[in-house]
Design a protein around this ligand. Structure first.
Ligand code: 2AM
Length: 223
């Protein structure tokens, strides 16, 4: 008899509990509402709209269809490199269905993506695949990705602009972190949630004064 291989999911990661999802969505939407009214943001509005003077409603600008989560491994139903090996790791199998708390330490906004930076704990790093920070990173961004500590790419995609895929959020995050490391921060604005920095070309980074924590379940998603 033929033994059918168990199918691999679309992706694996930490999924926010429904009530947490609502809370995070509200808090981050409030931030977007404030951001697009700031003079500092309006000064660079053309980087979002393509024209100066035009207004943008960031809440409409970013869309997200998936449940809020932090991807550990994009498996693509087994087509992604290393998917099977990852799913078979003892630590992955043991963690399935378990609760875990994620800590969000910053928010990023670019013309392409809106995301939350996740600071992984040492234990959570055990679920972060080897080489995940560099996977599929465009050559121009690779030196940056390699210069940052492991887990730097960890994030929750909160939204993407029209036609942009969510994989872009992690790349935008790496890009911003590398610029910060080089000391390329421009304008800084103090906000209720923390310090907002502008990093040119429509890239914004909000370092949260207090991390936002969220309860999650380590699980998988398939469409
Ligand atoms: P995200 O983690 O930035 O949100 C389904 O597309 C999910 O898998 C999304 O959460 C997406 O991005 C993530 N994803 C898609 N392609 C990926 C890739 N090549 N590497 C890492 N994550 C990917």
């Amino acid at each position: 008899t033929q033994q059918k291989e168990p199918e691999l999911p679309f992706f694996i990661g930490w999924f926010l509990l429904p009530e947490e999802e609502e809370r995070i969505k509200c808090a981050t939407m409030d931030f977007l509402k404030t951001l697009d009214t700031l003079d500092a943001f309006k000064e660079h509005i053309s980087e979002f709209t393509g024209e100066a003077e035009k207004e943008v409603d960031l809440e409409q600008y970013f869309q997200n269809a998936l449940p809020l989560h932090c991807t550990t491994k994009f498996c693509d139903y087994g087509k992604a490199e290393g998917a099977k090996e990852y799913a078979e790791l003892q630590v992955v199998k043991e963690s399935f269905g378990k609760s875990d708390e994620l800590s969000v330490t910053a928010l990023i906004v670019t013309p392409r993506t809106f995301g939350a930076r996740v600071a992984l704990t040492e234990t959570q790093m055990k679920l972060w695949p080897e080489g995940a920070d560099k996977e599929g990173v465009p050559p121009a961004l690779l030196p940056s990705a390699e210069s940052l500590p492991g887990g730097s790419r960890a994030h929750v995609t909160l939204g993407c602009s029209a036609g942009v895929e969510s994989v872009q959020t992690g790349l935008d995050l790496l890009d911003i972190l590398a610029l910060q490391k080089e000391g390329k921060e421009g304008t800084q604005v103090e906000m209720e949630l923390g310090t907002l920095s502008y990093l040119s070309e429509g890239r914004w980074f909000l370092a949260l004064r207090e991390p936002i924590t969220a309860d999650t379940t380590f699980s998988s998603f398939s469409e």
